[in-house]
Design a protein around this ligand. Structure first.
Ligand code: GLU
Length: 312
């Protein structure tokens, strides 16, 4: 029997809705193609919808033209998404409404701490600074609020990831109260992603394991906002020969212009799907047909980082 995601959510199984949510900080590379194909095949192989969202909430980090390049590249590789593309940069009012709801529920507090003032605090697992709770019980006299943070409840968050297994995190101990409205006036990724997935009715989040550490924070926000918790599957992240995650910073090659059928077959191989030899030569439609008919989530390697093919 085929393994499916979303079968353990405890609610009546409804239509599957997956999504791909790239940040337009640069062109699509092999690593982003892994998340695109994995999320698409998971949803489509269950007869579900697959949505596309451009995560340009972090306007300063968005590269002009990158989003259009990503859409063009996805089309070139034969991806077809449902409905219109959602752009986070156009959704500030929706994030504000969720923010105000959390604020009205006394889940938020203003924070005056600068990055410099927090430079001595412990590092969280994802490399950011753990918030020491300085402004949690009110601002010291004369201090000016800069950002708004979530008052994180104590205790562990537990979820079962379809690839990585059981994940447990004490968000308060490991991360601390995290920022929802940044000092530059922008809403944080953690809030935007939860609001967007909730509104779109996303039932499964399939993405790179570099985001595994964000998931407990997102689950906390789902609970506080009364949103259902999607199923999660965190795929291995593609690494270069030096063992670094492929990214713009590590100079990953853009996949635009590479032969789509051959590259998709390499992504299938990376995801443990054992594509038959000669599949790439049979053309892009054949690669898609094989992928949809043979997608086997149980074969995905349970790794957070895995070597990408040498030429990408
Ligand atoms: N925008 C994020 C990224 O490109 C992905 C967020 C998500 O899939 O939740 O890394």
């Amino acid at each position: 029997m085929k393994e499916v995601l979303g079968s353990h959510s405890g609610v009546m199984p409804g239509p599957v809705v997956g999504r791909f949510a790239p940040s337009p900080s640069g062109p699509l590379h092999f690593g982003s193609l892994v998340a695109a194909l994995g999320s698409c095949l998971s949803a489509r192989s269950q007869g579900g919808q697959w949505l596309l969202r451009i995560e340009d909430v972090d306007v300063p980090r968005s590269v002009p033209g990158a989003a259009e390049g990503i859409l063009r590249t996805l089309e070139h590789f034969g991806f077809e998404w449902d409905g219109p593309v959602v752009w986070q940069s156009q959704r500030t009012a929706v994030y504000r409404e969720a923010f105000e709801r959390l604020k009205a529920g006394a889940h938020l507090f203003p924070c005056a701490c600068t990055r410099k003032e927090m430079a001595d605090s412990a590092l969280a697992r994802d490399g950011t600074r753990r918030y020491p709770g300085t402004c949690r019980d009110g601002l010291a006299p004369g201090r000016v609020p800069r950002a708004w943070r979530l008052r994180v409840p104590p205790g562990g968050v537990v979820f079962d990831d379809a690839v990585q297994g059981r994940v447990v995190e004490d968000v308060l101990a490991d991360v601390g109260d995290f920022v929802l409205l940044r000092a530059d006036g922008l809403f944080a990724y953690q809030l935007a992603v939860v609001v967007d997935d909730g509104e779109a009715g996303v039932t499964e989040v399939v993405r790179g394991a570099d985001l595994l550490d964000s998931t407990p924070r997102q689950i906390l926000l789902q609970r506080l906002l009364g949103l259902p918790q999607p199923a999660y599957a965190h795929l291995p992240v593609a690494a270069n020969a030096a063992g670094e995650k492929l990214s713009k910073q590590t100079l990953a090659r853009a996949v635009e212009g590479m032969a789509p059928a051959a590259l998709l077959v390499e992504v299938l191989d990376f995801l443990g799907q054992a594509p038959p030899s000669g599949l790439a030569e049979s053309g892009l439609p054949a690669v898609w047909a094989w992928s949809l008919a043979n997608w086997a989530p149980a074969r995905i390697p349970r790794l957070r980082l895995a070597p990408a093919p040498a030429h990408v």
